[in-house]
Write a protein that binds this ligand. Structure first.
Ligand SMILES: O=C(O)CCC(=O)C(=O)O
Ligand SMILES: [Fe+2]
Length: 517
């Protein structure tokens, strides 16, 4: 029996249902238009292949007794090779990095400092977290962190990262359990719980509940670190299945490739109405596209855990050139890490330069984002601002923002890299708080030495080799940073390997779940 005070405010979204009638009903006949977790209010449930496929739940989701929650279990590695259980032995990754999440169980804002060898006062500021919230970074065993009071730098808790423990707690109300390696050491006297307000007390109890849930989840799933904020709902946007290496999915999109560059006066910035294509009956700029009704793309699973899918030929050469030309007109800035705003850091971890391009920028960018929506099976309307009259379509979305960020263009010079990191941030204490969920990334050039994207913790059998995506102009890759149960995927940790010779151009398209703010 679990505390009843935790209000599980799950967004009342139905699971995916889709059919082309929905598309037509909403005047949207311009592509693969359904296939997301949100169902139009007035849609009928129509039987279709697509719908059946979407409704089929991942077989590794299993009810956790006592929690009313389906957890995503770790599959036997043999299944990744389509072989009977027990026929393969899992390899131990040589890479020792891991997520390190720090939960602030106090009612005050705290800053996370990493001790790079010279104490708290001279440490590196990593992130800042509000009362009862969490923040973190990618780290390694033995590394030391502190939660300090902003400004005064008084140390409230000290932590040391331990292998196979990804979440650490700073609890000023309960004495440390010396056995518990996830308990941060409190550097000051214990406080009384009676000092908390009612609202604070609720948040504190929720944090405790989440803390108690973590080891049960890890045990139940066979070793997945719990990085979420329980209770949580599963991802609301579609996820491709990844059951075994080489598994293929096929997408047909009406967003065909541009094969010639339209004249400049046809490449103007688009309004939302233009992006919505409210008044258009045919595909925009069709003359400059390949002479075909659809573009057929093959999605190939290159890693099961983390879930990574490769798509060759996602962008045409003309499209890549257009992206690069547009990016170069903007001034690329030194890249930062963190989620932007106050948490953005210029650091030696990420040495590249960056700029952002919005879907509004040109009809080509718009087409690329629409194609991206199709390959992720997300409604394109979710990937732009929605108009008033589209309200009914997503009745439970708290805002009309796109669920994705702008396309982030990254340039690496020789020697530059992005060391192993996670792309996600930790959701705040609101039930089902949003976080980054999917990255559809793209390679914009090739032929450099180095510069691969590497996922050093992917699960594989011994002698399985490394999963590294090698840059190829126009190639895309989808990777999921959430598991099908809503947890964040520690194994989605990845690195942009140093460019050894030449330069590298890359693009990130991050999608949030369930919405973005
Ligand atoms: O450049 C790459 O291959 C990956 C870049 C990356 O991980 C990022 O920008 O978050
Ligand atoms: Fe990344």
């Amino acid at each position: 029996q679990h505390p009843g005070h935790l209000v599980v405010d799950v967004l009342p979204l139905k699971r995916p249902t889709s059919n082309n009638q929905d598309c037509e009903a909403f005047g949207n006949d311009d592509g693969v238009c359904f296939s997301n977790g949100f169902v139009p209010e007035n849609s009928d449930e129509v039987e279709s292949m697509e719908a059946e496929q979407l409704e089929e739940e991942d077989p590794m989701l299993e009810e956790m007794p006592g929690y009313n929650f389906k957890a995503y279990k770790r599959a036997d590695i043999s299944s990744f090779y389509n072989e009977p259980p027990g026929s393969r032995v899992e390899a131990t990754p040589s890479f020792q990095g891991q997520a390190a999440k720090f939960q602030n169980m106090s009612p005050e804002r705290l800053d996370l400092i990493w001790d790079a060898g010279s104490g708290a006062a001279n440490g590196n500021h990593i992130c800042s977290t509000g009362p009862f919230e969490s923040c973190g970074t990618s780290s390694f065993a033995t590394h030391v962190f502190y939660f300090v009071r902003p400004k005064t730098m008084e140390v409230v808790c000290t932590f040391q990262v331990v292998k196979e423990h990804s979440t650490y707690y700073c609890d000023p109300f309960v004495a440390n359990d010396a056995e518990d390696e996830s308990a941060g050491e409190l550097n000051e006297p214990l406080r009384s719980i009676a000092t908390l307000s009612y609202a604070e007390r609720k948040l504190y109890e929720a944090a405790q509940f989440n803390r108690d849930f973590a080891p049960v989840y890890k045990n139940f799933t066979g070793g997945n670190e719990w990085l979420g904020q329980f209770p949580t709902q599963k991802p609301q946007h579609f996820m491709w299945r990844a059951d075994y290496f080489g598994q293929e999915h096929h997408v047909s999109t009406k967003e065909t490739h541009f094969v010639q560059l339209p004249p400049q006066d046809r490449l103007k910035r688009l309004s939302i109405v233009e992006m919505k294509r409210e008044n258009s009956t045919s595909l925009p700029l069709r003359e400059w596209r390949e002479d075909a009704d659809t573009l057929n793309l093959t999605l190939t699973v290159i890693s099961v855990a983390p879930r990574i899918i490769q798509i060759d030929n996602f962008l045409s050469d003309i499209e890549v050139d257009h992206i690069l030309e547009t990016a170069l007109k903007k001034n690329l800035q030194r890249s930062t890490t963190g989620m932007g705003g106050a948490d953005a850091h210029v650091s030696s971890v990420r040495t590249s330069r960056t700029t952002w391009l919005s879907r509004h920028t040109s009809p080509i960018l718009d087409a690329i984002i629409r194609r991206g929506a199709d390959v992720m099976k997300i409604d394109e309307a979710l990937m732009r601002h929605r108009l008033e009259n589209e309200n009914g379509r997503y009745p439970h979305m708290p805002n009309k923002n796109p669920i994705n960020e702008d396309l982030q263009i990254v340039h690496y010079d020789q020697g530059q890299q992005y060391t192993a990191h996670h792309d996600f941030g930790y959701p705040d204490t609101r039930p089902n708080a949003p976080s980054r969920s999917i990255n559809l990334c793209m390679y914009l050039n090739e032929g450099m030495e180095g510069g691969e994207t590497s996922f050093p913790r992917w699960r594989r059998a011994k002698h399985g080799g490394a999963v590294k995506a090698v840059p190829k102009k126009g190639k895309a890759m989808i990777f999921y940073m959430r598991l099908p149960d809503g947890n964040l995927d520690d194994l989605s940790q990845h690195a942009a390997m140093p460019v050894l010779k030449g330069e590298k151009w890359f693009a990130n398209l991050w999608t949030w779940d369930p919405y973005s703010e």
